[in-house]
Design a protein around this ligand. Structure first.
Ligand code: NAD
Ligand code: LMR
Length: 328
């Protein structure tokens, strides 16, 4: 039997938590032979703690063979103690008419506190995925608040955007979603993101050759993917939850278990590649192996792409400047 992996999940009694925890406990994230200990954090409000107790009762009632232990708490230092993986989901979601960056100052405090707690008590190799919005800047804040942990272990979720883009492309080209590879979503998890299928292939052949439609790319594909979160809020009255949990599982699974040569999109601190200043938490194409990611290098960037990549970078820099005073 393998040693259990400690997985911390914040906002565990929220919408995404409810779609996420049961899949982690059933082995969908870390493997069907990998025991896990779930360390769940919720706000210290009676309602939130009661809801968390209910979720834990349900987890118990599933009798998952891989669930080797559970902790429910309102203290980040308990939730993150020795954590190998931390999914930072808990934050306020946006409502209709808001942009994700409208949540910036409200949610920033959470990620400062949680970054500090991770710094103090988590495993020195903890792998952190930030889901709570605005995800890139929150991940940047947590990273900056945890100076003793490797900066590269802080990541933001762009996998939902990647998956959304895959489905839009598959439907436009009339191909199976699983046959598409080499897709990228550059930049921020916001409407400025740049889904880029210039290098995408279907069964090894160029997808761009099949969808040779610049007008569709600029006026339909890019905005549809960029505004999908808002479309879901409009339709459901609540932000995406099951698809977000699914993307978080994809992100962590590929990071820890490897992407087998496939490109995936992760929000990671830039190493200066593609002219993105070092440290900016930006969506890049990566491959993953043995728990490490590597940026796909030397892709040509045309004028259209450079303009989009700069626009989403400018927004991230603006968000970063907006929280600089909080980071000291
Ligand atoms: P939700 O309101 O249903 O749940 C959030 C939970 O977090 C609540 O139970 C709340 O009590 C808890 N919480 C709030 N602050 C906390 C804190 N400091 N510590 C611990 N728990 C805390 O929201 P949701 O739908 O689950 O969404 C959570 C976040 O994920 C939102 O910010 C949302 O915008 C974001 N999101 C991101 C993506 C993405 O692709 N990056 C996708 C969907 C949603
Ligand atoms: C999403 O993309 O669905 C989430 O980030 C929620 C939101 O606010 O759009």
């Amino acid at each position: 039997m393998k040693k259990p992996i400690r997985v911390a999940v914040t906002g565990a009694a929220g919408q995404i938590g409810y779609s996420l925890l049961f899949r982690i406990a059933s082995g969908e994230m870390l493997g069907k032979d990998q025991p896990v200990i779930l360390q769940m954090l919720e706000l210290p409000l009676e309602k939130a703690q009661a809801a968390l107790r209910g979720v834990m009762m349900e987890l118990e009632d599933c009798a998952f063979p891989l669930l080797a232990g559970m902790v429910g708490t309102d203290d980040p230092r308990v939730a993150f103690k020795d954590a190998d993986v931390a999914l930072l989901v808990g934050a306020k979601p946006r409502g209709p008419g808001m942009e994700r960056k409208d949540l910036l100052l409200e949610n920033a405090k959470i990620f400062i506190e949680q970054g500090r707690a991770l710094n103090e008590v988590a495993s020195r190799d903890v792998k952190v995925l930030v889901v709570g919005n605005p995800a890139n800047t929150n991940a940047y804040i947590a990273m900056k608040s945890a100076p003793d942990l490797p900066a590269k272990n802080f990541t933001a979720m762009l996998r939902l955007d990647h998956n959304r883009a895959l489905s839009q492309l598959a439907s436009k080209a009339g191909v199976a979603v699983g046959d598409i590879e080499k897709l990228i979503v550059w930049g921020n998890h916001s409407p400025t993101m740049y889904p880029d299928y210039r290098f995408a292939t279907v069964n090894g052949e160029s997808l761009k050759d099949r969808i040779n439609d610049a007008e569709w790319n600029a006026n339909v594909f890019i905005p549809t993917v960029g505004k999908r979160g808002a479309a879901i809020i409009e339709a459901r009255g609540l932000s995406s939850a099951a698809s977000a949990a699914n993307a978080a599982i994809d992100h962590v699974r590929d990071w820890l278990l490897g992407s087998n040569g496939k490109w995936v999109t992760m929000g990671i601190p830039s190493d200066g590649s593609y002219g993105i200043p070092e440290g900016v938490m930006y969506g890049f194409p990566v491959t993953t192996q043995n728990g490490e990611y590597s940026i796909v290098r030397d892709l040509p960037i045309d004028d259209f792409s450079r303009e989009r990549m700069n626009k989403t970078l400018a927004e991230l820099e603006e968000e970063r400047a907006g929280v600089a005073h909080l980071l000291g």
